[in-house]
Design a protein around this ligand. Structure first.
Ligand code: M6R
Length: 606
């Protein structure tokens, strides 16, 4: 969950490292640090807090001058955020930055302490730095290979040895790392978006491959030190996609990018009006043969899976189980080789989802991944992958990634229902036609912005909120509640509206606003009754509903109305006001919207 970078080239290394780290701050922002070769010595600058704190420190200390170095932005796992726990770690001879977790660090520390090493930080990383120093024999490759044989866990490492100024070594296992290939300059980075302003060309480093990066050459070896030929990849995301583009926050920009993201994701998968999954080999015959479907994901991606479950079960009459990946991996799931497991992930690097994928493969199921980041681990390891085309999502709170994930769930549901002969070709084509109207409907939905801002001003001082809904509206209310918690720091819970009376309604007072989602016409009256029940107990009610929903004025306090489309597709629109309410509430409370406390964008640890 940290970001690492490295640079070798003619430019000022400190500038490049700080610049590329800024693009990775979404991965963690508890502390930041760099190590730069200055006059053939390794100079380290690091500081607790965001990158801006490191920049201030460098202003005071004086800027390290050199043309090669490594950098880190941290999401703390072992040891609190502090100067001493900040990366890089090491000594005058070797310095490292690390993303991941070293599981056997205690044993390593014990061993190294016995060899006379003293530890200053509480991190797992320091054990690797010291182990590299312990085994160092003048041959970096040999030393790294030896250390790899002794460390357990996940890692992407950037390593510099004092004896080899101008070189950055790197290696990875279960944490992402790419090698950026420029002209007379090369890079390492946790994510390609960090280096887009310098180059679009990159190598994907595979498990336990070791790279030796210099300004004019990059050599890659396997763990036995045999050279490996790498295939050059080209990034398709453009530089502007990772900039705020005039918006106050990435989150707002990404909310506004949803119409384009959905269009770009669905259009290439529609042939003659029908869903087309040929790109991953998922034919109608193959789909129809699956017995059960499992959807496994975390957080917002899991909520996209919940939407998928409702739609698939309703249209394709096929059993779907949705799991949080962190639960799935330990619950010994009843999966067979006749089942399909769908993994959903924006980053493609979420540790629990990745493990769920591996378990599913071991159990013999077919695996299909909906992933946004090209070349990420989940995308590479799944049997079939379909990329969502949201472009880079920088804000920690996921918005456009959710919309493209549910768009893909709809495509799959329509295709499966047709393949299983539960709907005709005409009905399938009608659903697809409605899906093609979504980008325009999303543009119209975004016009509710001012109302959402007003609602935010009314709920911003609440200590706790309830979100309620039924069916698809319940899935959406889960997502609305997560979004609010994540960035506004107001506690909220999502409840199936019909379940309230079984306990939770006792919490409802004038102090607890209720946000109700009502877009499904068949169960609308039921939810409206529940709204009246909370209203009767003093709650201020915010209703997010389809334009044609009729409700007495006295039953609600604030209404956000959205365009009416087919009920099944309403989640595509209803999520927008929920995102905007969360966004404006966080803004009004003065929070750091894009980088909320304690969080990181990509959860690469368990
Ligand atoms: O990269 P992923 O889609 O696998 O990430 C899953 C969750 O960590 C993510 O959706 C998280 O819940 C978001 N911060 C929510 O906004």
């Amino acid at each position: 969950m940290c970001g690492i970078v490295g640079y070798c080239g003619p430019k000022d290394a400190t500038d490049v490292l700080l610049d590329t780290l800024a693009k990775l701050e979404y991965r963690g922002y508890d502390s930041a640090g760099i190590a730069v070769f200055e006059n053939n010595k390794i100079r380290v600058e690091k500081s607790q807090g965001k990158l801006s704190c490191l920049i201030e420190k460098i202003k005071t200390d004086g800027k390290p001058t050199g043309h090669c170095g490594i950098g880190h932005t941290r999401w703390a796992t072992h040891g609190e955020p502090s100067d001493i726990n900040s990366h890089p770690h090491g000594n005058k001879r070797v310095s490292i930055v690390h993303n991941g977790i070293i599981e056997n660090y205690k044993q390593l520390k014990e061993f190294l302490s016995g060899q006379g090493y003293a530890f200053e930080s509480q991190t797992d990383t320091e054990a690797v730095a010291k182990l590299l120093d312990y085994y160092y024999d003048g041959d970096p490759l040999e030393t790294i290979a030896r250390v790899l044989g002794e460390i357990e866990g996940s890692y992407a490492l950037g390593i510099v040895f004092r004896d080899f100024p101008g070189r950055v070594y790197s290696v990875r296992k279960d944490s992402p790392l790419i090698i950026g290939i420029g002209k007379g300059e090369n890079f390492i980075a946790s994510d390609v978006s960090a280096i887009l302003q310098y180059t679009r060309d990159y190598y994907l480093l595979e498990q336990d491959e070791i790279a030796c990066v210099e300004d004019n050459r990059v050599r890659v070896y396997d763990v036995h030190k045999n050279p490996v030929e790498k295939e050059l990849q080209a990034a398709t995301w453009d530089v502007d996609a990772a900039q705020k583009g005039g918006y106050e926050h990435f989150m707002l920009k990404e909310i506004y990018e949803q119409p384009t993201a959905v269009r770009t994701t669905i259009t290439p998968r529609i042939t003659e009006g029908m869903p087309d999954f040929d790109e991953c080999g998922l034919t109608d015959e193959k789909l129809a043969a699956y017995n059960k479907i499992f959807i496994v994901a975390c957080g917002t991606a899991m909520h996209a899976g919940m939407v998928g479950k409702y739609v698939i079960e309703k249209l394709a009459r096929t059993e779907v189980t949705v799991d949080m990946a962190s639960e799935f991996r330990y619950r010994d799931p009843l999966i067979t080789d006749k089942d399909l497991v769908i993994l959903i992930s924006q980053s493609g690097e979420t540790a629990d989802t990745k493990e769920a994928l591996r378990i599913s493969k071991e159990l013999g199921a077919d695996t299909l991944a909906f992933v946004n980041v090209k070349g990420s681990s989940i995308a590479r390891e799944a049997d079939m992958v379909m990329y969502t085309h949201a472009g880079p999502e920088i804000s920690v709170a996921s918005t456009k990634a959710f919309s493209v994930q549910i768009a893909m769930m709809y495509m799959l549901a329509f295709k499966l229902a047709y393949a299983k002969k539960k709907i005709t070709k005409e009905v399938c084509a009608a659903y697809i036609a409605e899906l093609e109207n979504i980008p325009e409907a999303l543009e119209n939905t975004l016009m509710c912005k001012d109302t959402c801002q007003y609602v935010a001003s009314k709920i911003m001082n609440a200590d706790s909120l309830l979100y309620i809904g039924r069916g698809l509206d319940y899935a959406l209310s889960m997502e609305g509640s997560l979004k609010l918690k994540e960035i506004s720091y107001i506690h909220s819970e999502s409840y199936a509206a019909g379940e309230l009376k079984h306990g939770t309604i006792s919490l409802v007072t004038e102090q607890m606003p209720v946000i109700a989602v009502v877009t499904q016409h068949d169960i609308m009256e039921k939810t409206i009754s529940n709204i009246k029940e909370v209203k009767a107990r003093g709650a201020k009610v915010v209703l997010v509903c389809a334009k044609d929903v009729e409700i007495e004025n006295e039953a609600v306090d604030y209404i956000v109305r959205i365009p009416v489309i087919m009920d099944a597709l309403m989640p595509m629109l209803a999520v927008v006001p929920l995102q905007l309410i969360a966004y404006y509430t966080a803004v009004l409370r003065g929070n750091d919207v894009d980088q909320p406390r304690n969080l990181a964008k990509s959860v690469t640890v368990e």
